[in-house]
Design a protein around this ligand. Structure first.
Ligand SMILES: [Zn+2]
Length: 258
């Protein structure tokens, strides 16, 4: 039988934060039975770094996309680069892409157009998308309805409502929960963890950010995705192993023909 372990569907392991001790970070992840890590990259350099690292560790998938907070940093040949990487079959997904009206309210139209352009690219190359969404629930839904991601995707570190989660699922999206579901006062993520069909759930760290309880304030790492999984299993009143297996199945299904 194939080995089953936890999935970290969103980790920024190509960040400088891990340059000093990545071998230890990977050892920690393996010790906590983390089986697969989606390394999300924001630049071409990070993408290349992630691919070189994966030659060494062999447990990464790589996603690359233009983050809504970084639109002014997209190089002139940015989309060309993205397409080249997609054409080479090097990317498992385009992400993280989406809308962030919390940090950026003044360029909504530009955010939307860059988001849509990347969904269309994902559809052309047959890969899922990974969505970053903050204070933009309705516009994100509207775009997903009008530009449906053919291969589906992930609502990364989902912090929206239960009702909206069901709407995104209808658009082919999986709901990925991270560290906040472990926070004592995080009522909404806990509700989402209970309400969403288990076949639509994924787990992530978004490391180095959003470290789960009781390690808040420390640097996050993929090993801590176990804490996210344990909390979701506790909330759903199922065995952690059952959740682990389900999340691994979900991840495999989403990326099976990508
Ligand atoms: Zn991220």
């Amino acid at each position: 039988m194939a080995k089953v372990g936890w999935i970290d569907s969103h980790a920024h392991l190509a960040y400088e934060e891990y340059d000093q001790d990545l071998p230890q970070i990977i050892a920690n992840a393996k010790e906590r039975n983390v089986m697969r890590i989606m390394v999300v990259t924001l630049t071409k350099d990070e993408t290349e770094k992630a691919m070189i690292l994966n030659d060494e560790y062999g447990m990464f998938d790589v996603a690359f996309g233009f983050h809504p907070s970084d639109l002014d940093k997209i190089p002139e040949d940015g989309f060309e680069t993205l397409e080249k990487l997609l054409g080479n079959g090097k990317l498992k997904a385009i992400g993280e892409i989406g809308l962030d009206y919390y940090w950026h309210k003044d360029n909504k139209e530009e955010q939307k157009s860059v988001f849509i352009r990347q969904i269309e690219l994902a559809n052309r190359y047959g890969v899922p998308i990974i969505i970053h969404m903050r204070d933009a629930a309705w516009d994100t839904l509207e775009i997903l309805k009008q530009h449906r991601p053919i291969k589906g995707g992930i609502m990364h570190c989902y912090s929206g409502s239960v009702e909206m989660a069901f709407e995104y699922i209808k658009c082919g999206m999986y709901i990925s929960l991270g560290g906040p579901v472990t926070f004592k006062n995080a009522h909404v993520p806990k509700e989402v963890a209970k309400a969403v069909g288990v076949e639509w759930l994924l787990t992530e760290t978004d490391c180095p950010y959003l470290t789960p309880h009781p390690f808040r304030g420390k640097r996050n790492e993929p090993a801590m995705v176990e804490l996210v999984g344990l909390e979701i299993a506790r909330l759903r009143e199922i065995e952690p192993d059952e959740l682990m297996r389900q999340v691994a199945d979900n991840y495999a299904r989403l990326f099976s023909n990508a």
